[in-house]
Design a protein around this ligand. Structure first.
Ligand SMILES: [Zn+2]
Length: 102
């Protein structure tokens, strides 16, 4: 469900804005409200910025070996700290790992 929603929004106006002006402010439509609220203070207090253009990527579960498509997001803040979107596996709850590193 989330994956389909993200894909539609990425293709629409949201993607255009993100490509022209990659910014945490433009991610409100793509993120859960709780994650967006988590990132906003990182931006205002720690200068967080996107270091990758958000897109859909493949992830795999190291425990149950399933393949997933989900939004990839990488944010740098407070010097060298990096935040990446946490991707839990639907069937087993383990944290997903990127399938194809770029
Ligand atoms: Zn799993």
């Amino acid at each position: 469900m989330n994956v389909v929603l993200n894909a539609v929004q990425l293709i629409g106006v949201g993607m255009h804005e993100i490509l022209c002006q990659p910014s945490i402010d433009n991610l409100s439509d793509l993120l859960d409200n709780s994650e967006y609220r988590y990132l906003l203070p990182l931006k205002t207090d720690y200068g967080a910025r996107l270091i990758d253009i958000p897109d859909n990527r493949y992830f795999e579960c190291p425990d149950c070996q399933t393949l997933h498509s989900a939004l990839h997001l990488k944010v740098q803040y407070d010097g060298n700290k990096v935040y990446t979107k946490k991707q839990p596996c639907d069937p087993c709850g383990s944290r997903l790992k990127p399938r194809f590193a770029r």
